[in-house]
Design a protein around this ligand. Structure first.
Ligand SMILES: Nc1nc2c(c(=O)[nH]1)N[C@H]1C(S)=C(S)[C@@H](COP(=O)(O)OP(=O)(O)OC[C@H]3O[C@@H](n4cnc5c(=O)[nH]c(N)nc54)[C@H](O)[C@@H]3O)O[C@H]1N2
Ligand SMILES: Nc1nc2c(c(=O)[nH]1)N[C@H]1C(S)=C(S)[C@@H](COP(=O)(O)OP(=O)(O)OC[C@H]3O[C@@H](n4cnc5c(=O)[nH]c(N)nc54)[C@H](O)[C@@H]3O)O[C@H]1N2
Ligand code: SF4
Ligand SMILES: [Mo]
Length: 729
């Protein structure tokens, strides 16, 4: 008898008969990977791959990008517009005209009865930039409500606010190429290997070629922390204390970059005065990092030739989110690390087009980083669109996190949700549910009709998904890239762009403002609005064709620019967008205002993400090879804490806060300290039933990462039943 391989047939991978490869960009995270989708002769998708020539991902994709083409056929897609019947209990299928007519009429009725701002619109960071621009035209120019915001308030608002306070403008100043030049890398509350796997791969490759210290600040031992040279397991919510103390060391040991501070900043004296209150021997008791480590990290950072910081939700989602961002900027300014290769303050953005919405959606202002508060900006946009500038409000309205409480108080009566699912993603869900139930009129526009919010809607618009549409994204490093139309819209779904255009036709100003039929023509309008010598956000040199040729171009990219990939960095000349041209050093004091563990609620509840899922799982929950890795709501708990409570591996428990409860399975792991649990927020009716979501005073972003809970045992069968009822699986 012969054993072994000889008897077996060799493994063969059936060749996939790809006829054409179509160019597109990933629609999940903000890394901005370019994907090629392989179609056979019958235009059926057979496979996809990372684009080998794209600078961002160089042939690589993470699990979500690799399987993204399965979305087109996934379960739960909305096929037709739906409207509630006479009794408001069942949906009936209607045509587009009827659904849009009815919605436009309802918007007008509500506005006539209760005032213009009583109808609110909440959008997202996941549309295409041309769609954002068009939605902005519709809401600011035609509907005229000032209560218009996006889910970016849950995500990037603190980064935007911190950048504006420090540099006078939004816009991440660095790029991925900085990894290849840095001598010291510090990550605050950012878990790249899971949340931005391909950015992580770029970092890892740079570090392998030319070693530099990787310092990770995160209360959990995340995957990034496991790869770090130094891990600082910070007490939740105290990053500002750590940074102030680092700057205390830098100032007292005279390690700052005097020349840069003198030439390019203002506010140094006040910053130094406040930092003097944070000597490491005292700060250590607040932030949980011992004094010697604080000194060591401060010296490493300040003495490095070039040092850079990145951050994500561990900073933004905090009651000190905006201050945390300003303070990271301070650290980089005082060490002369802005606008130079390897020296930067780089917010890693979240959703695929978190940047596009900031740039062009008009959520917090007017297109192209213009302000409602500035008369000249209002005039310019009104002239360009051909309407009366008095139609615009003179200051920004409510943020998303203020819109929901305003529904509770009755100030807001109608709501249009575009590509966001607050029934899973907002803090303190019991309040959100009541608010949605209270609305006189709710429109949900989503690719999936089984999205949780749709249970509360009066009208549902089925949107086409991802590459059933065409348009641009801007990634973390300001790179504009193209989503090409790979397949026709599924069933009777329509691109968001089309839906906004149709809605505009029903409003008076919709007759005055031009709403082009093609996204590319909307892009041409944005290009014109971006021109100007003082405009940083300049895309006037780009065309769809050039973007595709270069596999993405970074703004600013002016007409006639010779740098074919765009500008990798902002503020290289040390001139900022403030009135004086100097960057603001912003002294940040610390106030401990979080809900902290107590005897009744002894654990910190931390929340975030895992690599295989995206947000509220409307998409990855339907992709078998993503969902199978974590189909069940779970928490990470330290084994010592679990032993004390008698909790075994994979047992269900009930997590209780002052707001409500979540039922999760226990995963015993040393990733979390003894007084903390971590729950991925992807599951419906789960961690956001317990979160509190105190708001940052500047950005109105919720502190998703900090609240206090206790853990109770639960009957295992009852637990499974509860999760079934909550549709948490
Ligand atoms: N696989 C996957 N990737 C994604 C997403 C997804 O849903 N799934 N979503 C995208 C989006 S929109 C976003 S915004 C990003 C988010 O990307 P990340 O911010 O990297 O992800 P999170 O898991 O939310 O949080 C990061 C870390 O913050 C830590 N943290 C908690 N409290 C503190 C604190 O007080 N200080 C510090 N320093 N850290 C703290 C948490 O322990 C956690 O490990 O990911 C993007 N990429
Ligand atoms: N506890 C806790 N909560 C959190 C966070 C946390 O870390 N912890 N993170 C917060 C952060 S950073 C974010 S960004 C939010 C995300 O929160 P959400 O934006 O509410 O979550 P998503 O699941 O991304 O919702 C997007 C919706 O848009 C739909 N969609 C996708 N593409 C399209 C399209 O092209 N057109 C239309 N019309 N619809 C589309 C999807 O099906 C989905 O229903 O969650 C926040 N919530
Ligand atoms: S890293 Fe982000 S952009 Fe790249 S394939 Fe994964 S989800 Fe898509
Ligand atoms: Mo986000």
């Amino acid at each position: 008898m012969i054993f072994g391989r000889k008897q077996r047939k060799p493994i063969t991978i059936p060749s996939k008969s790809v006829d054409t490869w179509k160019y597109t960009t990933c629609n999940y995270c903000s890394t901005g990977c370019v994907i090629e989708i392989g179609l056979d002769k019958d235009n059926k998708i057979v496979t996809s791959r990372g684009h080998a020539d794209a600078d961002v991902n160089r042939g690589k994709l993470c699990i979500k990008g690799l399987l993204e083409h399965e979305l087109f056929q996934s379960a739960g897609r909305g096929t037709d517009p739906l409207m509630r019947n006479k009794h408001y209990d069942e949906f009936e299928t209607v045509g587009w005209d009827k659904a849009i007519d009815h919605t436009a009429q309802k918007i007008k009725d509500i506005q006539n009865k209760y005032g213009k701002d009583s109808f609110a619109v909440v959008s997202t960071g996941q549309l295409l930039t041309e769609e954002f621009y068009t939605l902005g035209k519709l809401v600011r120019g035609c509907i005229g409500t000032n209560n218009y915001d996006g889910n970016t308030t849950l995500c990037m608002a603190s980064a935007v606010s911190g950048y504006k306070r420090s540099f006078g403008s939004d816009g991440p100043p660095g790029c991925y190429e900085d990894f290849s030049h840095t001598d010291c890398f510090m990550a605050f509350g950012s878990n790249l290997p899971e949340q931005h796997p391909i950015i992580y791969w770029r970092l890892k490759e740079a570090k392998e070629k030319r070693d530099f210290p990787l310092i990770v600040v995160d209360p959990r031992v995340t995957m990034l922390a496991q790869f770090a040279d130094i891990h600082l397991p910070i007490t939740p919510g105290t990053d500002c204390v750590l940074i102030n103390s680092m700057m205390h060391v830098i100032f007292s040991e005279e390690l700052e970059d005097r020349d840069y501070i003198d030439k390019h900043t203002q506010g140094y004296d006040e910053l130094k005065r406040v930092c003097a209150k944070f000597p490491p021997e005292i700060a250590q008791h607040e932030c949980g990092i011992d004094e010697d480590t604080i000194r060591q990290v401060a010296r490493l950072y300040a003495k490095a030739g070039a040092a850079m910081s990145i951050w994500t939700m561990g900073i933004n989602q905090s009651t000190h989110g905006s201050d945390g961002v300003a303070n990271i900027n301070n650290l980089n300014l005082v060490t002369g690390n802005i606008g130079k290769p390897g020296g930067t303050s780089l917010s890693i953005t979240g959703q695929c087009n978190a940047m596009g919405t900031r740039e062009w959606s008009s959520c917090s202002g007017l297109p192209g980083y213009r302000y409602l508060e500035k008369e000249a900006d209002r005039q310019e946009i009104a002239d360009y669109w051909g309407i009366d500038p008095e139609f615009f409000p003179k200051k920004r309205g409510m943020a998303q996190t203020d819109i929901f409480p305003a529904i509770e108080t009755g100030e807001i009566k109608g709501l249009w949700l575009v590509a966001t699912n607050p029934m899973t993603s907002m803090p303190n869900l019991p309040r959100i549910r009541k608010a949605l139930q209270k609305l006189e009129f709710l429109v949900v526009q989503d690719c999936y009709s089984d999205v949780e919010t749709n249970q509360y809607s009066h009208v549902y618009f089925p949107a086409s998904v991802w590459a059933e549409k065409e348009g641009c994204h801007t990634n973390t490093e300001r790179r504009v890239n193209l989503i090409c139309n790979v397949l026709e819209p599924m069933a009777n779904s329509k691109p968001d762009f089309w839906i906004f255009n149709e809605m505009a036709k029903r409003f008076d100003n919709g007759q005055k403002i031009k709403f082009p039929d093609k996204p590319e023509d909307a892009f041409e309008e944005m290009k014109e609005l971006s021109k100007g010598k003082d405009r940083m956000l300049d895309i006037s040199g780009m065309t769809y064709q050039k973007i595709k040729q270069q596999k993405g171009i970074q703004w600013p990219y002016r007409e006639g620019s010779e740098n074919e990939q765009g500008e990798p960095r902002l503020y290289t000349d040390g001139i900022f967008q403030t009135e004086s041209g100097r960057a603001n050093l912003i002294a940040v004091d610390f106030v401990d205002n979080n809900e902290t563990p107590s005897s009744d609620y002894p654990f910190w509840c931390n929340s975030g993400r895992v690599v295989e899922h995206f947000h509220t799982r409307t998409r990855t929950g339907k992709i078998g090879n993503c969902n199978k890795f974590s189909p069940t709501p779970y928490m990470e708990i330290n084994p010592d804490a679990a032993d004390e409570l008698g909790i075994g591996q994979s047992e269900y428990v009930r997590v209780v806060s002052k707001r409500g409860d979540a039922v999760v399975m226990a995963q015993r792991t040393h990733r979390v300290p003894r007084n903390m649990i971590f729950i991925p927020f992807h599951y419906h009716d789960c961690v956001n039933r317990v979160t509190l979501g105190l708001l940052d005073p500047y950005s109105r972003q919720p502190a998703f990462k900090q609240c206090a809970v206790r853990i109770e045992s639960i009957d295992q069968q009852e637990a499974a039943q509860i999760n079934l009822e909550r549709r948490a699986f």
